[in-house]
Design a protein around this ligand. Structure first.
Ligand code: FES
Length: 246
Protein backbone atom coordinates (compact mmCIF):
# COMPACT_ATOMS: atom_id res chain seq x y z
CA UNK A 1 0.00 0.00 0.00
CA UNK A 2 1.19 3.46 -0.88
CA UNK A 3 1.90 5.85 1.91
CA UNK A 4 -0.83 8.22 0.66
CA UNK A 5 -3.43 5.42 0.61
CA UNK A 6 -2.38 4.37 4.06
CA UNK A 7 -2.86 7.92 5.33
CA UNK A 8 -6.32 8.11 3.71
CA UNK A 9 -7.32 4.80 5.29
CA UNK A 10 -6.09 5.99 8.65
CA UNK A 11 -8.12 9.17 8.34
CA UNK A 12 -11.30 7.29 7.36
CA UNK A 13 -10.92 4.76 10.18
CA UNK A 14 -10.08 7.52 12.65
CA UNK A 15 -13.19 9.48 11.64
CA UNK A 16 -15.39 6.40 11.97
CA UNK A 17 -14.08 5.72 15.45
CA UNK A 18 -14.61 9.35 16.41
CA UNK A 19 -18.31 9.46 15.41
CA UNK A 20 -19.22 5.90 16.41
CA UNK A 21 -20.39 6.86 19.91
CA UNK A 22 -22.98 9.13 18.25
CA UNK A 23 -24.37 6.59 15.81
CA UNK A 24 -26.31 4.36 18.19
CA UNK A 25 -28.00 7.20 20.10
CA UNK A 26 -28.90 8.86 16.82
CA UNK A 27 -30.44 5.70 15.40
CA UNK A 28 -32.20 5.01 18.68
CA UNK A 29 -33.58 8.48 18.69
CA UNK A 30 -34.89 8.30 15.14
CA UNK A 31 -36.35 4.87 15.74
CA UNK A 32 -38.01 6.00 18.93
CA UNK A 33 -39.36 9.08 17.31
CA UNK A 34 -40.90 7.65 14.18
CA UNK A 35 -41.69 4.22 15.59
CA UNK A 36 -43.56 5.67 18.52
CA UNK A 37 -45.49 7.99 16.30
CA UNK A 38 -47.18 5.01 14.69
CA UNK A 39 -47.89 3.46 18.07
CA UNK A 40 -49.56 6.59 19.37
CA UNK A 41 -51.99 7.09 16.50
CA UNK A 42 -54.52 4.43 17.58
CA UNK A 43 -54.79 6.05 20.97
CA UNK A 44 -56.97 8.91 19.79
CA UNK A 45 -60.09 9.15 21.87
CA UNK A 46 -62.15 9.79 18.79
CA UNK A 47 -61.06 8.32 15.49
CA UNK A 48 -62.93 10.82 13.38
CA UNK A 49 -61.69 13.97 15.00
CA UNK A 50 -63.45 16.46 12.78
CA UNK A 51 -65.52 18.02 15.53
CA UNK A 52 -62.82 19.74 17.50
CA UNK A 53 -60.40 22.52 16.69
CA UNK A 54 -57.84 21.77 14.02
CA UNK A 55 -58.02 18.02 14.28
CA UNK A 56 -58.63 17.61 17.98
CA UNK A 57 -61.53 15.49 19.13
CA UNK A 58 -64.52 16.96 20.93
CA UNK A 59 -64.72 14.97 24.12
CA UNK A 60 -67.15 15.13 27.04
CA UNK A 61 -64.95 15.50 30.11
CA UNK A 62 -67.47 15.70 32.93
CA UNK A 63 -70.76 17.15 34.05
CA UNK A 64 -70.75 20.17 36.31
CA UNK A 65 -72.56 18.14 38.99
CA UNK A 66 -69.58 15.81 39.25
CA UNK A 67 -67.35 18.77 40.03
CA UNK A 68 -69.81 20.40 42.41
CA UNK A 69 -70.17 17.21 44.46
CA UNK A 70 -66.56 17.42 45.63
CA UNK A 71 -64.45 20.04 47.43
CA UNK A 72 -61.43 19.01 45.33
CA UNK A 73 -60.57 21.86 42.92
CA UNK A 74 -59.09 19.54 40.27
CA UNK A 75 -60.68 16.82 38.16
CA UNK A 76 -58.56 14.51 36.01
CA UNK A 77 -59.30 13.24 32.52
CA UNK A 78 -57.41 11.98 29.45
CA UNK A 79 -57.07 14.11 26.34
CA UNK A 80 -56.50 13.85 23.44
CA UNK A 81 -54.94 10.40 23.86
CA UNK A 82 -56.53 7.75 26.02
CA UNK A 83 -53.64 7.78 28.48
CA UNK A 84 -52.65 11.43 28.32
CA UNK A 85 -53.40 13.04 31.70
CA UNK A 86 -55.03 16.46 31.92
CA UNK A 87 -57.02 18.14 34.65
CA UNK A 88 -59.81 20.62 35.08
CA UNK A 89 -59.18 23.24 37.73
CA UNK A 90 -62.03 25.18 39.29
CA UNK A 91 -60.44 28.42 40.40
CA UNK A 92 -63.49 29.32 42.49
CA UNK A 93 -62.52 26.40 44.72
CA UNK A 94 -58.76 26.69 44.35
CA UNK A 95 -58.23 30.35 45.20
CA UNK A 96 -61.66 32.01 45.06
CA UNK A 97 -61.36 33.37 41.50
CA UNK A 98 -64.52 33.72 39.41
CA UNK A 99 -64.85 35.05 35.86
CA UNK A 100 -61.38 33.80 35.03
CA UNK A 101 -59.83 35.37 31.95
CA UNK A 102 -56.22 35.61 30.91
CA UNK A 103 -54.07 36.15 27.87
CA UNK A 104 -53.36 33.05 25.86
CA UNK A 105 -49.60 32.58 26.45
CA UNK A 106 -49.34 30.77 23.13
CA UNK A 107 -51.18 33.34 20.99
CA UNK A 108 -49.84 33.43 17.42
CA UNK A 109 -46.96 31.10 18.15
CA UNK A 110 -47.84 27.89 16.34
CA UNK A 111 -49.56 26.69 13.23
CA UNK A 112 -52.59 25.34 15.02
CA UNK A 113 -55.45 27.62 15.92
CA UNK A 114 -53.64 29.72 18.52
CA UNK A 115 -54.60 33.09 17.17
CA UNK A 116 -57.18 33.71 19.85
CA UNK A 117 -55.90 36.20 22.38
CA UNK A 118 -57.75 35.33 25.56
CA UNK A 119 -58.84 32.24 27.41
CA UNK A 120 -61.92 32.43 29.62
CA UNK A 121 -63.16 30.07 32.29
CA UNK A 122 -66.31 28.00 31.73
CA UNK A 123 -69.09 26.83 34.02
CA UNK A 124 -71.69 28.73 36.09
CA UNK A 125 -68.98 30.97 37.61
CA UNK A 126 -66.75 31.09 34.52
CA UNK A 127 -64.08 29.66 36.78
CA UNK A 128 -63.12 26.32 35.21
CA UNK A 129 -60.08 25.86 32.96
CA UNK A 130 -58.05 22.81 31.96
CA UNK A 131 -54.35 22.03 31.64
CA UNK A 132 -52.10 19.23 30.52
CA UNK A 133 -50.68 17.25 33.45
CA UNK A 134 -47.42 16.57 31.60
CA UNK A 135 -44.47 18.84 32.33
CA UNK A 136 -43.08 20.47 29.16
CA UNK A 137 -39.54 20.22 30.48
CA UNK A 138 -38.86 16.48 30.19
CA UNK A 139 -42.29 14.95 30.38
CA UNK A 140 -42.83 14.07 34.05
CA UNK A 141 -46.40 13.81 35.23
CA UNK A 142 -47.46 16.80 37.31
CA UNK A 143 -49.08 15.97 40.67
CA UNK A 144 -51.90 18.53 40.52
CA UNK A 145 -53.86 16.41 42.99
CA UNK A 146 -51.34 17.09 45.79
CA UNK A 147 -52.45 20.32 47.48
CA UNK A 148 -49.34 21.63 49.19
CA UNK A 149 -48.76 24.47 51.67
CA UNK A 150 -45.99 26.20 49.74
CA UNK A 151 -45.20 26.83 46.04
CA UNK A 152 -41.76 25.39 46.82
CA UNK A 153 -43.30 21.98 47.48
CA UNK A 154 -43.95 19.59 44.58
CA UNK A 155 -47.67 19.74 43.91
CA UNK A 156 -50.31 22.46 43.62
CA UNK A 157 -50.27 25.36 46.06
CA UNK A 158 -53.84 26.74 46.21
CA UNK A 159 -53.05 30.25 47.42
CA UNK A 160 -50.59 31.03 44.60
CA UNK A 161 -52.06 28.56 42.07
CA UNK A 162 -48.47 27.44 41.37
CA UNK A 163 -48.06 23.86 40.15
CA UNK A 164 -44.56 22.58 40.97
CA UNK A 165 -43.02 19.65 39.07
CA UNK A 166 -41.31 17.10 41.34
CA UNK A 167 -38.64 16.17 38.78
CA UNK A 168 -36.58 19.33 38.23
CA UNK A 169 -38.61 22.05 39.87
CA UNK A 170 -40.47 23.70 37.01
CA UNK A 171 -43.23 25.94 38.34
CA UNK A 172 -46.33 26.95 36.41
CA UNK A 173 -48.76 29.62 37.54
CA UNK A 174 -52.15 28.30 36.60
CA UNK A 175 -54.19 31.47 37.15
CA UNK A 176 -51.97 33.22 34.60
CA UNK A 177 -52.52 30.59 31.93
CA UNK A 178 -49.78 28.19 33.06
CA UNK A 179 -46.87 30.59 32.53
CA UNK A 180 -43.50 29.46 33.84
CA UNK A 181 -42.51 31.15 37.09
CA UNK A 182 -39.56 28.95 38.02
CA UNK A 183 -37.38 26.04 36.95
CA UNK A 184 -36.26 24.81 33.53
CA UNK A 185 -39.57 24.47 31.63
CA UNK A 186 -39.05 26.13 28.24
CA UNK A 187 -42.64 27.19 27.68
CA UNK A 188 -46.01 27.51 29.42
CA UNK A 189 -48.07 24.54 30.46
CA UNK A 190 -50.47 23.81 27.58
CA UNK A 191 -54.15 24.31 28.19
CA UNK A 192 -57.07 22.25 27.01
CA UNK A 193 -59.79 24.40 25.47
CA UNK A 194 -63.23 23.85 26.94
CA UNK A 195 -66.86 24.35 26.01
CA UNK A 196 -69.71 24.37 28.49
CA UNK A 197 -73.27 23.37 27.66
CA UNK A 198 -75.49 25.38 30.00
CA UNK A 199 -78.55 23.28 29.33
CA UNK A 200 -76.97 19.95 30.28
CA UNK A 201 -74.05 21.06 32.45
CA UNK A 202 -71.65 19.05 30.32
CA UNK A 203 -68.05 20.24 29.91
CA UNK A 204 -66.27 19.36 26.67
CA UNK A 205 -62.62 19.41 25.65
CA UNK A 206 -62.35 20.71 22.09
CA UNK A 207 -58.66 21.39 21.51
CA UNK A 208 -55.57 22.87 23.06
CA UNK A 209 -53.78 26.20 22.95
CA UNK A 210 -50.40 24.63 22.19
CA UNK A 211 -48.90 21.86 20.10
CA UNK A 212 -49.93 18.43 21.20
CA UNK A 213 -49.48 15.42 19.07
CA UNK A 214 -52.16 15.86 16.45
CA UNK A 215 -52.81 15.62 12.77
CA UNK A 216 -52.62 19.38 12.63
CA UNK A 217 -49.17 19.48 14.16
CA UNK A 218 -47.15 16.49 13.00
CA UNK A 219 -44.28 15.61 15.28
CA UNK A 220 -41.48 16.42 12.91
CA UNK A 221 -39.03 17.60 15.52
CA UNK A 222 -38.95 17.25 19.29
CA UNK A 223 -39.54 20.95 19.77
CA UNK A 224 -42.85 20.58 17.94
CA UNK A 225 -44.23 18.59 20.79
CA UNK A 226 -42.73 17.65 24.08
CA UNK A 227 -46.03 17.29 25.83
CA UNK A 228 -46.55 13.59 25.59
CA UNK A 229 -43.39 11.54 25.82
CA UNK A 230 -44.02 7.93 24.77
CA UNK A 231 -41.02 6.74 26.75
CA UNK A 232 -42.90 7.40 29.96
CA UNK A 233 -46.09 5.82 31.10
CA UNK A 234 -48.77 8.09 32.42
CA UNK A 235 -51.84 7.46 34.48
CA UNK A 236 -55.02 9.39 34.99
CA UNK A 237 -55.81 9.61 38.72
CA UNK A 238 -59.30 8.62 39.84
CA UNK A 239 -61.60 11.44 40.86
CA UNK A 240 -61.90 12.99 43.36
CA UNK A 241 -58.12 12.87 43.53
CA UNK A 242 -57.08 15.58 45.97
CA UNK A 243 -54.64 14.84 48.75
CA UNK A 244 -53.85 17.62 51.19
CA UNK A 245 -50.16 17.52 52.06
CA UNK A 246 -49.17 19.28 55.27
S1 FES B 1 -39.77 17.20 33.89
FE1 FES B 1 -40.71 18.74 35.06
S2 FES B 1 -39.11 20.00 35.65
FE2 FES B 1 -38.16 18.49 34.47
Amino acid sequence: MHRRDFLRLTLVLGGAVAVSPLVTPLLDYMGYYYGELKAISPKYLVANNTQGLEGFPKYRVANIKQLQSSSCPVYFFAYPLVDEPCFLVDFSKLNGMNNVEFKNPYANQFRINTNFKDIVGVGPKNSICAFSAVCVHLGCQLPAQALVPSPNDPGLNPSTSVLHCPCHGSMYQLDQGGVVVGGPAPRPLPMVLLEYDETTGDIYAVGTNAPYFSEAVPRRRPVDNLIYDPRYSYSVPSNPACVRVS
